[in-house]
Design a protein around this ligand. Structure first.
Ligand code: ZN
Length: 318
């Protein structure tokens, strides 16, 4: 019949395999911890077992599956399917994942980096439905992104496009995970928001609910506490959110000028914060971006939530 596909989501801490029909409806799902420290061959064998188990759970057979989509942390080569040492997968040194999976299952395998796959999933099944050009940006431990232009993921010359979080806004700014200074990620990721909150609390600029929410421990302050405090109307938290929105808006305005997208979809922190963060982001974008692209763009939270990881892998092969 071949009316079904398998999606594989490889994260640093968890693995998920799903079977979906060609409309993207998830039929069965298996989850396991990644055991990343055991190396790629161990994880591969685990994935193979999980795929067979997921197909069985869906009451199907391998012959019913037309293709396998894999969403995995990059860097990786989408053509050869080789994965090059993602930071969260130690030991994956030029690991030929696509070749190994195709050898095992004898069906076509498509591999994509997770941020691009998420962008494609939002384009196909989420907030990007009905639009042609979609920019997706995560806001969590890092700021990643994926660009879908006229319905196609934009990869660049060697699959490195979409690093929206590493545009430099403040050349003398905070140190970023990439080794440079003042990247958008070093200002607006979850850890960056927490860092700015800790600095402000330690400087004792004002009393803040943030510290109470972190049980009085400055070191325990997280971006979630800032968000919660802002929702309670805490002055410092609201300032931190506004500052975050200012930098995010600045970064998005740059991208809007360059790409002229229909829609920008923001994940994780933006979903949790809602209009508290999105409204000032929209204002900054409309004041920083050129008039025509600013007028054309819609800025919204991403829509797929919990199912994003599963649909990311599936969206590659439906
Ligand atoms: Zn950076």
């Amino acid at each position: 019949m071949e009316n079904f596909v398998v999606g594989i989501d490889i994260g640093g801490t968890k693995l998920a395999t799903v079977v979906a029909d060609v409309s993207g409806r998830i039929i069965s799902k298996v989850r396991e911890p990644t055991h990343a420290n055991k190396g790629p061959e161990y994880v591969l064998q685990l994935l193979v077992d999980m795929v067979y188990q997921t197909i069985k759970q869906a009451e199907l057979e391998l012959k019913d599956i037309s293709a396998i989509g894999v969403s995995c942390g990059g860097p990786l080569d989408t053509k050869t399917g080789i994965v090059y040492s993602p930071p969260n997968l130690p030991g994956w040194v030029a690991f030929p994942l696509k070749e190994k999976l195709e050898f095992e299952f004898r069906i076509p395998v498509k591999i994509e980096n997770d941020a691009n796959a998420c962008a494609l999933a939002e384009y196909r099944f989420g907030g990007g439905r009905g639009y042609k050009s979609v920019l997706y940006m995560t806001m969590s431990t890092g700021i990643g992104g994926g660009i879908v232009l006229n319905g196609q993921v934009y990869h660049g010359v060697n699959d490195s496009a979409g690093e929206v979080g590493h545009q430099i806004l403040l050349p003398d700014g905070p140190l970023c995970g990439c080794g440079k200074r003042g990247c958008l990620e070093s200002l607006c990721s979850g850890p960056a928001i927490a860092r700015r909150a800790k600095e402000a609390i330690q400087a004792a600029v004002s009393q803040s609910v943030i510290l109470n929410l972190a049980d009085g421990e400055v070191d325990a302050v997280k971006s979630e506490h800032v968000l919660l405090a802002a929702k309670k109307g805490d002055t410092l938290a609201l300032e931190l959110i506004d500052e975050t929105a200012y930098y995010m808006g600045w970064g998005i305005a740059n991208l809007v000028n360059i790409l002229n997208p229909d829609i920008v979809l923001l994940g994780t922190i933006a979903i949790a914060a809602g209009d508290l963060l999105l409204e000032p982001i929209r204002k900054t974008v409309s004041s920083f971006a050129m008039t025509r692209p600013a007028e054309a763009v819609t800025i919204m939270p991403a829509q797929l939530g919990e199912s994003l990881g599963d649909l990311a892998a599936v969206s590659l092969v439906v």
